[in-house]
Design a protein around this ligand. Structure first.
Ligand SMILES: Cc1cc2nc3c(=O)[nH]c(=O)nc-3n(C[C@H](O)[C@H](O)[C@H](O)COP(=O)(O)OP(=O)(O)OC[C@H]3O[C@@H](n4cnc5c(N)ncnc54)[C@H](O)[C@@H]3O)c2cc1C
Length: 384
């Protein structure tokens, strides 16, 4: 872990103040209402938190991925749902434009996205193509007027209910698998785009995940992101970064659960002693703390690699895998520390427990992270 620059220290202080004074008091309501928190996201935009690693040139905050990871942790320690909204927007929609977009595409799309005025979403998953994303069915064909026509159906798309800009992956020929896939920049207000009702989910209430259908949607040729056939590579590179965001979210969830459990264990007395003095409880908390710190180190290592322009695949997957499993384990044990009160909604741990689970599933399940890691270490030139 490295020292923060003065600018980064200031930025993280701003995030902490926002989380403490505005987000934490709202988190329970966001969960209970299960409605996209428009006002909260508007404030995040005003504070520069929807465009953290976007350079100043495109009206972003011009910060590092390192700081972004710390900020997502901080946000998720209060509200995992808001962590999801920020991470899907930033890592999955803003970043691919920044990395693969032309100057014209960046100029048109990045400033409103960096300010949170235009929310982004990432449309890869389909009803029959989840972990096996190369099997997607959404198709595109060349349109007579030099653009493209897009048709198909996507599933579980985070932010879709409020998004202005989508990154959509489609194939020109399914038999080509990953080589047939291209990425497109789509304005969600284009005729033929149909966003379905947000799914009712176990957790991260308020972070909408919706089905999205495309019924012969016309895309001008300027909407192609990268070159034709680059789509799968763009999706995988994007997920390398996205997994850092989700790993940071998992650290935040774990930390939020741990802090509440530790505070409770210090004050709750049974058999005439605070329960933290029972070895069973103290050791549970000690294990949580150790794994949270180890998770954070992996996340920040992955973020440093991303900042240096290096390939972060290995560390992104290790961070996502370890932090997600730590979040689930920590939230489960934190509920246990609170006993019956852990099961009661007013004590919040129940929310952390429900929210933690998604980190083991989206942007590549834990099984897929192990698969990525196993594939990496098969390579002849593998080195840590
Ligand atoms: C709340 C939420 C938000 C989401 N947001 C987005 C989004 O914004 N954009 C988007 O594109 N997608 C999004 N997703 C989709 C998400 O990324 C997928 O759900 C995830 O990748 C798993 O795909 P699947 O659900 O089809 O499960 P499947 O791929 O059907 O997997 C089912 C089970 O089989 C296991 N499995 C699959 N293949 C293998 C294998 N080769 N080896 C071992 N085990 C395997 C999986 O790990 C899992 O346990 C979201 C999902 C949810 C629930």
């Amino acid at each position: 872990m490295r020292e923060l620059t003065q600018e980064e220290q200031l930025a993280i202080q701003t995030v902490r103040a926002f989380v403490k004074n505005e987000l934490a008091p709202m988190a329970k309501k966001i969960d209970e209402d299960d409605v996209f928190p428009v006002e909260t996201v508007r404030k995040l935009g005003e504070l520069g938190l929807m465009g953290m690693f976007v350079p100043n040139e495109w009206e972003g905050a011009g910060l590092s991925h390192y700081l972004y990871a710390l900020a997502v942790e901080e946000i998720s320690s209060a509200s995992a749902a808001v962590g999801t909204i920020v991470s899907a927007h930033s890592s999955l929609a803003v970043w691919p434009i920044l990395r693969f977009g032309t100057d014209a595409q960046k100029k048109r799309l990045l400033p409103p996205m960096a300010k949170g005025e235009a929310i982004g979403c990432f449309c890869l998953t389909e009803p029959e193509a989840g972990s096996d994303a190369a099997n997607l069915k959404t198709s595109y064909s060349k349109h007579a007027s030099d653009g493209y026509t897009l048709s198909g159906a996507k599933a579980f798309i985070t932010n879709a209910s409020r998004a202005k800009t989508a990154i959509v992956f489609a194939t020109k020929d399914r038999s080509l698998r990953h080589r047939g896939i291209s990425a497109f920049l789509l304005d969600m207000e284009t005729p033929g785009v149909l966003v379905g009702k947000p799914e009712k989910k176990l957790g991260i209430h308020g972070a909408d995940s919706c089905p999205v259908d495309f019924d012969e949607v016309f895309l001008p040729k300027e909407c192609l992101l990268g070159n034709e056939g680059d789509g799968f590579r763009i999706a995988m590179a994007t997920l390398d970064g996205g997994r850092i965001g989700i790993a940071a979210q998992a650290v935040g969830i774990a930390r939020g659960a741990f802090e509440r459990a530790a505070a409770y264990a210090r004050t709750r007395a049974q058999f005439g002693r605070p329960i933290v003095e029972f070895q069973a409880i103290g050791w549970m908390l000690a294990d949580m703390l150790t794994k949270i710190e180890a998770s954070r180190m992996l996340v920040l290592r992955a973020a440093e690699l991303k900042d240096s322009g290096g390939r972060s695949t290995l560390y992104s997957s290790m961070a996502k895998l370890f932090a997600a499993e730590t979040a689930m384990e920590t939230a489960t044990k934190a509920v246990q520390v609170l006993g019956g009160y852990g099961y009661i909604k007013d004590y919040e741990l129940e929310r952390f427990f429900r929210d933690a689970k998604i980190t083991e599933i989206y942007e590549g399940s834990s099984e897929i992270q192990r698969l990525v890691l196993a594939n990496e270490l098969k390579k002849e030139n593998f080195a840590l």
